[in-house]
Ligand binder design. Sequence first.
Ligand code: ATP
Length: 881
Amino acid sequence: MKINSLSREEALRALVSSENGLSEKEAARRLSESGFNEIREAHRTPLAIRFLKQFTHFLALLLWVGAGLAFLSDYLHPGEDMGTLGFAIIGVIVINAVFTYIQEYRAEKALEALKRLLPFSVRIVREGKERKVPSREVVPGDVMLLSEGDRIPADARLIEGAMLKVNNAPLTGESEASLRNALPAPGELLDSPNIVFAGTSVISGSGKALVFATGMGTEFGRIAHLTSAVEQDLSPLQKEIAKATRLVATIAALVGIFFFSLGFVIGRDFWGNFIFAVGITVALIPEGMLPTVTLSLAMASQRMAKRKALIKNLSSAETLGCVSVICTDKTGTLTQNRMTAEKIWRDGSILDAQGFMAPADDPLMQAALLCNNARFADNEYRGDPTETALLRLGRESLGDLSAERMFEIPFDSDRKRMTTVNRVGDAGIVFSKGAMESILPLCSRFLVNGVEYGMEETFRERALDAYGSLMDHGLRVLAFAYRKNPSDLLPPDPSSLEEDLVLAGLVGLEDPPRPEVPEAIGKCHEAGIKVIMITGDGSRTAVAIAREIGLVKGDPLVIEGPEFLEMDDRELREKLSVGEILFARMAPKHKMRVVSILQEEGEWVAVTGDGVNDAPALKKADIGISMGISGTDVAKEASDMILLDDNFATIVNAVEEGRAVYENIRKFITYIFASNIPEAVPYLAYILFRIPLPLTIMQILAVDLGTDMLPALALGTEKPTPAVMRQPPRSRNERLLNFSLLSRAYLFLGPIEAFACMSGFFYVMINGGWTWGMEAAPDHVLYLQATTACLTAIIIVQIGNVFACRSAKESVFRLGFFSNRFIFIGIGFELCLQLFIVYSPYGNRVFSTYPLSPAMWLVLLPFAFLLLFSEEARKYLLLRR
Ligand code: ATP
């Protein structure tokens, strides 16, 4: 029999479980038997194939052509050593493939590790007690408690359900929410209204469900098995790099062809010309750039996770760096969400909540206790912080009160109130609590010293004054009302329930700001990021808190929910462009419109949210941010980033990391591009001035694929400097390879390096007796030493360059010369490799080098300082300007 057609008792029996859930011991046994409740991704392309793919992309194909040409010419014209060149180019392809593969693999592992941090958990009943467990630990037989916004982690049969609606779209594609119930139903599982499926989510209502399938056994697991997992799209930055690499490679090939033709026209020897063309092409191709960028982004996302911001894909790591507006909730994000009752307004005066004692039949405290879903159990308050604060106040001033609840209209952020009907003694009482704007219009009477009076204008004004003055203290104020009316008891009519109420009083709750927030707001202001508070609380509370945290200084423009609804887009756009603005009494569903208009104005918008109704805004925003602790699963799924600590300051930290990673990518690109010039200039000199070739192709490859690698990666690990958050957000249109980067690399740093390497070459040649116009035999010791000096000069200036590239604007001495230890590891690696190339017989053979005297290193060393200090001077002048 299928589980959907069983009665609830039969279903529980079939899974050897009970209303009280499993025992911990049994659950552990089942977990070891059925495994974790996870969808194993149908493995993407097998690893071997992915490795082989590294040999067939555009750059690799270009290099294959080069190698083929080299072998062909070796065959047609033996004795020019073209065969070695062919093998060397194949070596480049292999090294490049291995390097790329390792980087991609590491990046992927880093992202997988992040996925495991996703805070998805579920409430279950075990041994009769409710507890929260990570979704992956759910086993068949567990009894889950579901409520609005939960992601359902396993296939389960409902055993209780109150107006439970689920969104089955991920499974069936149907976007209508469908109502579930707990009654037995025959037919197929998928069509059965008493079954909830893994991968779907609860839109509204609540329920209890018995898990019968987990992990790959669920319907979702079965589908996941059939379709291969979706490959992750490249982020815009990765795409830009891929495009730039292709462009540079094409230009490199064209430059090669151009100089080959030029040499041909001016009558150079064909083979010399050919070596030149291949050499310059290989020198200019930026082989390892894309994988290095990918790895940098992955490492940045790991750093963000360490700072409690979990991003779900690499694109977000870079988008974060462009954020220009953050729309943030107040409660729990800017504040601690630790509410305590501070003030009470009743009988016309404001009292301290602490120590307040109420008579047993006091409707205000009765409402606080009964119109409330928080619980006090095991010496602990549980539930929504607003409600736990009220429950505590009620218990402390009145004591415990047991009263049967007959009916409830739950709180929702649109109506901003909650209503219950309770039986207190023999009487039925309707209690309502919520925002003043939502409660006061329902009241036709008010209560003073135990006597109910008809609502008068003077009293209404006094109530509103008290409300305003409580809000001015930054308190969240709730109004309480009631009506004694036994006729409403059974069955209540919801539409007539909330009318003719008696206003009993107000309670002001304090929710202190998070201590890190003022500094984070200050950072945003410095960084040119606008912060807009969008809160469900009243406007004066919002302004008071905004002042306290430094979000506003003057008198901000406050737009309230009802006013917002009446505004047209043009008006809203105008208002949004003013300096200080905040939104109060807003419902989550209105956030999306604010986001859209900001985006139309060209802003990059980050928005926070925690509930089901926040999901559309989270999806629409450039960066949707959900709360790891208080957020619903639906919000977490709709978001790009999850704050593991719900803290606003964490958003700012993530933005800082996002900006830093972009800067870092620029740093290593500048570093790599700069060294292309000293690689290209020797070839130009060779062809234009007819001198012996100062640098061989193998030596170029030693730099590009050997010595440059680790220092470049080390630049990718630079920590964000304070300066990163002192500049305005990057514009949407800004290109990574912009004029300032290219000109610095190609027109400033590169030429200094070229000067160094050519000086090294000529120094050896001229001291050895060479004069202009003399030919040099390829195996002549003097010539070998001169090319070795040229190569060593590049290695040495690149040491100066790696320090120069640590910042485009700031002096490296201000950054702290020793503050990035990876730079020193990179330089150590670079030097060891160079010593091997220069002093080992093997290195000499492969790279056509010859041991240099130590004195030669001393001659070349000043070039590193020349580069570094020229760069320091440039930065100094830049700063002064
Ligand atoms: P923010 O948007 O700043 O995070 P929020 O999302 O907590 O705030 P809501 O939960 O929508 O805001 O609350 C808006 C208003 O609804 C509150 O100011 C309060 O008056 C009222 N309210 C909040 N919680 C309850 C509740 N449990 N019962 C009745 N009214 C409530």
